[in-house]
Design a protein around this ligand. Structure first.
Ligand code: PMP
Length: 400
């Protein structure tokens, strides 16, 4: 005790100049830019989530014991079923390993760390553009990031030819990041036909699909429809990785609940893969949090709660589709120059307006409308009341 007290007092007694900042061992630290969009909204809590939480609170048998490294077993099984389908042969054949991770981001990171350690090709192709965190997550996990053409500014739609060319010339075995549905930030998804062509091309070149599923159910309003892209790749028997997030479709943003599934060729490989996933997770955060996963598992395993969830989800998706139509109609009514049909064609939470950064800055300054500088609007933040104001702002920005 006395010796540690001496050490402490000698630290306290160390000479300091009047200005604590200049003497700090951290004084050279440069201020990092703030994340432009994190934590901007106030999403509602779903009724079904409130119900599930009530059940959990009332259950006196529940304890706060650690989960295992891979998380809540029920949650993992139900998550795999949700994305791959209740009757998925891959699940029945025990070829799928699923681990609970920290929402979509954590699932991507764990998957990427696993690939960086154990997969023979360390290059991952991501769409251009993509969610801003993708390149950072993959680079820090030890993968080398390249991009493939995805969005065509001229049509405000998919650059399908460019996509096929770029994936067609990717080195054999390369990993390809695919947005399962509701591509962020563009809202542009391949059609089922195009997905099939992408699948064939990727399988013929041995490219490994890594799906990011952050909006299942949020795009079309149907959980099965929004999982079709993933299921097509699983149905051919080849390997697939998929990162799921419950942030949007259950409104569980801050609970950080998600899952990584790796579909393998057989049960033996799947169990060896799982053993290595544990070695990735254990030194990173030991084991995942229990509350969010318990909410999800409670809802997914109860038939009534599940149905209520799908209704609430459909209502959210339909509302977004209505907002798209209202915004499109409002621009038409104002005679705003340009073709705005992409607003109703794009899918999911975001509209990639095609407005440039000057127009965005103008709208922020003159109309106090905030969006990312690439012209992406969150449709979830729009209401019938605010559509006219937004349409006025877009009209003024474009007509300038
Ligand atoms: N992927 C995409 C495409 C996203 O848009 C997001 C969230 N904006 C995420 C992953 C990750 O979200 P979370 O970690 O909150 O689940």
């Amino acid at each position: 005790l006395s010796s540690s007290a001496t050490v402490e007092s000698s630290i306290v007694a160390a000479p300091t100049s009047g200005n604590a900042g200049t003497n700090s061992v951290f004084s050279h630290i440069v201020r990092a830019p703030e994340d432009p969009i994190l934590g901007e909204g106030k999403p509602l809590v779903l009724n079904v989530v409130r119900q599930a939480e009530q059940l959990l609170v009332n259950d006196r048998s529940r304890v706060k014991e650690y989960l295992s490294i891979t998380g809540l077993a029920d949650f993992n099984k139900l998550s795999a079923k949700l994305i791959l389908g209740a009757d998925s042969p891959a699940i029945q054949e025990n070829r799928v390993t699923t681990v609970q991770c920290l929402s979509g981001t954590g699932s991507l990171r764990v998957g990427a760390e696993f690939l960086a350690r154990h997969y023979h090709q360390r290059t991952i192709y991501i769409p251009q553009p993509t969610w801003g965190n993708h390149p950072k997550v993959f680079t820090l996990a030890g993968l080398s990031v390249k991009s493939y053409r995805y969005y065509d500014p001229a049509t405000r739609g998919l650059n399908f030819q460019g996509l096929l060319e770029d994936l067609g010339s990717a080195p054999s075995g390369a990993i390809v990041l695919l947005h399962a549905c509701a591509h962020n930030p563009t809202g542009v998804d391949p059609t089922i036909d195009q997905w099939e062509q992408i699948r064939r091309l990727m399988r013929s070149r041995g490219l490994l699909p890594f799906f990011d599923s952050a909006y299942q159910g949020f795009a079309s309003g149907s959980l099965d429809t929004d999982a079709q892209s993933v299921r097509m790749f699983v149905a051919d028997g080849g390997e697939v990785l998929v990162a799921q997030s419950y942030a949007k479709n259950m409104g569980l943003y801050g609970e950080r609940v998600g899952a990584l599934s790796i579909v393998c060729r057989n049960a033996d490989v799947a169990s060896r893969v799982e053993s290595q996933l544990k070695l990735v997770i254990r030194p990173m955060y030991s084991n995942p949090p229990i509350h969010g996963a318990s909410i999800v598992a409670t809802i997914l395993k109860d038939r009534n709660m599940y149905r209520e969830w799908t209704l609430e989800l459909k209502a959210m998706a339909d509302r977004i589709i209505r907002m798209r139509q209202q915004l499109f109609d409002a621009l038409r009514a104002r005679g705003t120059p340009g073709d705005w049909s992409h607003i109703i064609k794009q899918i999911g939470m975001f509209t990639f307006t095609g407005l440039n950064s000057e127009q965005v800055a103008f709208m922020t300054k003159e109309y106090h409308i905030y969006m990312t500088s690439d012209g992406r609007i969150s449709m979830a933040g729009l209401s019938s009341r605010t559509v006219p104001h937004l349409a006025d702002a877009i009209h003024a920005a474009v007509a300038r």
